[in-house]
Design a protein around this ligand. Structure first.
Ligand SMILES: *Cc1c(COP(=O)(O)O)cnc(C)c1O
Length: 478
């Protein structure tokens, strides 16, 4: 038998669930990040894989022995680095069902369940966020669950390239990248846009960095309009404008509505990268993150992306990408060899999600998100988000009242950027000292060329007591 029997699985499964539960229950007994030398974990492996089967019952303790002192614990409540990667136990239950089904949802007919749960759940989340009905499958657009915001940006760019080069005679309208296509970002835009430009083969000149409004970290709409006009006059083709809501560095946001207005005359695709901040739209008081995204009064954007796998309790990978035109991604990405031809696809009445992404195959990702929606409800999600926004507000308040620390910029949602009043060296030392403590993990960035310490609240179990730990390490005298 090349696998466990269902009964063996049942018995072992309890052991594995216990291992996960024990690890989460005891996580605060460990530092957020273990200090290890490169090669430590690999050195514990024999060169060759074991020839004979070993009992799986011992596997959790083997994993613990090999890796348990050499990890960075993203699920530790003191993890405030980068952005969170919520892997709630609720979502892991959904993951288990998804793995159990083992479905491969490339076409509607290869798993109607995978496809339609994803449609239903992305429609529900669109409505919960307050996205316009045109972003839903019911409303002529639709959502899909990508592996990452990076992939979402790449497929949005591919659709934009397709739309920008109309050639009704060929199936694939872009006859090839000409070197004249341009994508508009700022210095604050996530690096995944630059990567998408590279992958799409647009070349180094394909990326245009538009200046920010002086004194801000937000794209200057007048500068965008000028750059677009100059580029078109020079024979270049504006393809896509990326507006960020909640940049990775400091949480700043571009003025989406004004960028849409500037891009509109050139029919450039407007993509909103709200990978971290977008989920905050679940709370009415944070719905500003959608300003300019929906149609009315302005025309709205073409695509909107936010990661359920950052701050929305859903284990990686679950990046939500909505488009307003359900045909846009398939028009750019659909290729149908004989072995993928399908009667249901031919009717045009179903969605084949393979045409909404780069890979062919896809996992049943929607189950973990559905489990989260089912088990937490929108009210649970809102209180998760609000708790962390409150922590950030409180931390910012304490920093304002401190004689050595200061805010590097206004806090945004659950992100606080701070520095020492004593200068760059002191700020760098502050970050090192905080992380050496072991109870927290913070990362740094730069604002106007100067180092800054970021505190990104958002862990599944991060609460008020963890704010006290952050304050303890930040306010301690060197
Ligand atoms: C984290 C982040 C990304 C990349 O997210 P992935 O889903 O890991 O690809 C893109 N944009 C912004 C603004 C981010 O914060």
């Amino acid at each position: 038998m090349p696998d466990l029997t269902p009964d063996e699985f049942r018995a072992l499964g309890h052991l594995f669930v216990d291992a996960v539960a024990d690890a989460r229950a005891g996580i605060e007994r460990h530092p957020v990040r273990d200090v290890v030398e490169p090669g430590t974990v690999r050195a514990r492996f024999p060169r060759e894989a074991n020839e004979d089967p070993e009992p799986l019952a011992a596997f959790p303790s083997l994993v613990e022995a090999v890796t348990g002192d050499a990890d960075t614990r993203w699920q530790h409540p003191g993890f405030h680095a980068f952005f969170p990667a919520n892997a709630s136990l609720t979502s892991l239950l959904g993951e288990l069902l998804s793995g159990g089904a083992g479905a491969q949802g490339m076409l509607w007919s290869t798993s109607p369940a995978c496809t339609e749960v994803e449609q239903a759940v992305t429609d529900q989340v669109a409505r919960a966020l307050g996205l316009d009905e045109t972003f839903t499958h019911d409303g002529g657009g639709g959502g899909s669950i990508q592996d990452s915001a990076s992939s979402a940006a790449l497929v949005a760019l591919t659709a934009a390239l397709h739309r920008a080069a109309p050639d009704p005679d060929s199936g694939w309208r872009v006859r090839g990248v000409t070197g004249r296509e341009r994508v508009y970002v700022t210095a604050e835009t996530h690096s995944s846009l630059a990567k998408a430009v590279r992958v799409a083969g647009l070349g180094a000149d394909g990326l245009r960095t538009v200046p920010c409004t002086p004194g801000s970290r937000a794209m200057d709409p007048a500068a965008l309009a000028d750059t677009l006009a100059a580029d078109v006059a020079a024979g270049l083709v504006p393809v896509l404008v990326c507006a960020t809501v909640g940049t990775t560095s400091t949480g700043s946001s571009d003025p989406v509505a004004a960028l849409v207005t500037a891009a509109r005359p050139y029919r450039a695709w407007v993509h909103v990268d709200a990978a971290w901040a977008g989920v905050a739209a679940l709370c009415p008081e944070h719905r500003w993150v959608l300003d300019g995204v929906n149609p009315g009064p302005g025309p709205g954007v073409d695509s909107f992306c936010t990661d359920a796998h950052k701050w929305l309790l859903t284990a990686f990978d679950a990046s939500l990408l909505w488009v307003r035109d359900a045909r846009a991604l398939p028009a750019a990405l659909s290729i149908t060899p004989a072995y993928l031809r399908d009667a249901h696809s031919d009717t045009g009445a179903v969605v084949d999600f393979r045409d909404w992404q780069v890979p062919l195959g896809r996992r049943f990702r929607a189950l973990k998100l559905w489990a989260v929606l089912h088990g937490q409800g929108l009210s649970g999600l809102r209180s998760h988000l609000r708790g962390h926004v409150d922590l950030a507000a409180e931390l910012a308040e304490r920093i304002r009242g401190h004689d050595d620390l200061e805010l590097a910029c206004a806090p945004v949602l659950s992100l606080v950027c701070l520095r020492s009043r004593s200068g760059d060296a002191a700020t760098t030392a502050l970050l090192e000292r905080a992380n050496a403590d072991g109870r927290v993990l913070l990362t740094g960035t730069e604002v106007d060329g100067h180092p800054v310490v970021r505190v990104a609240f958002g862990g599944v179990t991060t609460g008020r007591e963890h704010l006290e730990v952050v304050w303890d390490v930040l306010s301690a005298r060197s």
